[in-house]
Ligand binder design. Structure first.
Ligand code: SAM
Ligand code: SF4
Ligand code: F3S
Length: 472
């Protein structure tokens, strides 16, 4: 694919603005004040997409509500990564028949990764006839045009063609108020891990130009955001599709030169391309949080091969070793799948032993969920769910003990945290994060919200730390 075919032309983005204006004018003529309910599921990439949808909606004149029954437009921005996520969406879609009955003018929209799956789009077309607009991640940038078609034609609109994927710059965004912001640095995935639907619904890897990323981060820092996460399915392959040798470590170095009091995080990293250069750069750059999310998925080499992960247990352990040696105190997290088709108990226990050996600060654990269309979904999967659940529970037991021990080691220490809001616990009214992204519930003044603060850690459990702000 040529670069020029990947980047959406500015004229095409400008054309979308004209649809935005038409929708705004339509509501103004009716003296209506439309409200939208945007419900986002899935990963941070989808959250970032949801913020773009809200940015476009705001320019059309929409306000926002959390209540579908109060909304003129309901958007379900969906995730396809596991079956459970899809079932929830179909449940929510079903419930929207009631809100539409009460307000027949309501427009219902299904977008995100599920919408890009052919079988889902077909099912919605046939069985969820109250849904007006369906579009996948590839069509996100032309949302104003698609919505206009719905308003103008009063017909259902489907835009779910399978594409390589594109990059659209200059789409407005509604960011969460506060200190945290997400910046997509690349889209799509080329890895085709055999269990995973993402490459089928998000297209091939496309990296944004470094200048666009740098400008966005600079703008965020200047507007007061202090905790900025760079997003990609595999940020370590950033730049592979750009001219020259510029890679993700180079991007981190350049971002680090932006002046200000802020932290940079990133996710996810694929172990097959995590380099010593990346870890050396992380260690050297003051703004880069000493935190690494490096999913290993399985601790068994045969299963890793079947998963098409392209690294071994030994290689993974070597990387962790190097990263920890370079960054003492590095906070390490990972993703794991238990019950891949054909996995034996002994193989699952290799995963448990890796967790025991490494001592992750936290783990995102999943039981394998077959995704139609992926390679793994066609493999024999003889182990019953109840057996997988037993292995899964063993994994959790080991990890929970590790998390509790890692957290207990903080007690008595001073930590610099970023206070990001109020908590729901009246005894510890503030919520904050360490540089390593550990949750700290705090006693302290609300005036600290939005600021870095020094705190003494006084208590801990498996999931969080507790502390008191210390005035200097
Ligand atoms: N690109 C990232 C990576 O490779 O680390 C994350 C992709 S995915 C959105 C997040 C996690 O979901 C994966 O790391 C994997 O552990 C899990 N996952 C993906 N497909 C799955 C499946 N079919 N069943 C269970 N878990 C799955
Ligand atoms: Fe899925 Fe693998 Fe791509 Fe991650 S790297 S999104 S797990 S295919
Ligand atoms: Fe993310 Fe789910 Fe799509 S994890 S990329 S929203 S399938």
């Amino acid at each position: 694919m040529e670069r020029k075919d990947v980047l959406i032309a500015l004229a095409d983005i400008a054309r979308q603005r004209s649809f935005t204006e038409r929708i705004r004018a339509m509501f103004a003529a009716r003296q209506a004040h439309p409200a939208a309910c945007v419900d986002t599921f899935g990963c941070q990439q989808n959250v970032a997409d949801g913020q773009k949808l809200m940015g476009m909606l705001r320019e059309m004149g929409f306000s926002f509500t959390q209540e579908p029954k109060e909304a003129d437009l309901v958007i379900l921005n969906t995730c396809a990564v596991r079956e459970h996520a899809e079932q929830r969406v179909f449940g929510n879609l079903g419930a929207l028949t009631h809100t539409k009955k009460e307000n027949p003018e309501q427009v219902i929209c299904l977008c995100g990764c599920m919408a890009q799956e052919e079988r889902v789009a077909r099912r919605v077309k046939e069985s969820y006839r109250h849904v007006d607009l369906v579009f996948g991640p590839h069509a996100l940038w032309k949302f104003p045009e698609l919505l206009w078609q719905v308003y103008e034609s009063h017909k259902r609109v489907f835009s779910v063609a399978d594409e390589h994927g594109s990059i659209a710059e200059g789409i407005p965004t509604v960011r969460e108020a506060g200190v945290k912001a997400w910046v997509s640095i690349m889209y799509g995935c080329n890895n085709f891990c055999s269990y995973c639907i993402v490459p089928y619904v998000r297209g091939r890897e496309r990296s944004r130009e470094k200048d666009a990323v740098l400008a966005e981060v600079r703008e965020l820092v200047e507007s007061g955001y202090k905790d900025i996460t760079l997003l990609g399915q595999n940020v370590n392959s950033y730049g592979n599709d750009l001219d020259g040798e510029y890679d993700f470590a180079d991007l981190l170095s350049d971002i680090d030169c932006i002046p200000g009091d802020y932290l940079i995080r990133f996710m996810s990293s694929h172990p097959k391309d995590a380099t010593h250069k990346l870890f050396d750069t992380m260690a050297r750059c003051g703004h880069v949080a000493k935190q690494l999310h490096l999913p290993f998925q399985s601790g068994n080499d045969r299963v890793l091969r079947e998963m098409n992960r392209r690294y071994t247990r030994a290689q993974y352990l070597e990387e962790i070793h190097y990263a920890k040696a370079k960054m003492p105190g590095l906070v390490l997290t990972s993703d794991v799948i238990i019950g891949f088709p054909g996995e034996t108990e002994a193989e699952a226990m290799d995963t448990v032993s890796l967790v025991d050996e490494v001592g992750f600060d936290a783990l995102f654990t999943f039981i394998y969920s077959p995704r139609p269309g992926t390679k793994a979904a066609a493999l024999p999967d003889p182990v019953p769910r109840s057996e997988k659940q037993k292995w899964f529970d063993q994994l959790l037991e080991v990890q929970n003990a590790k998390s509790a021990a890692a957290h207990a080691a903080y007690v008595g220490r001073m930590e610099r945290v970023l206070v990001d809001g109020e908590s729901d616990d009246p005894d510890w009214p503030l919520s904050s994060r360490t540089e390593g992204n550990r949750l700290v519930r705090l006693k302290g003044d609300k005036a600290l919200i939005g600021r870095f603060a020094n705190v003494r850690i006084t208590d801990s459990n498996t999931w969080a730390l507790y502390g008191e702000a210390v005035t200097e």
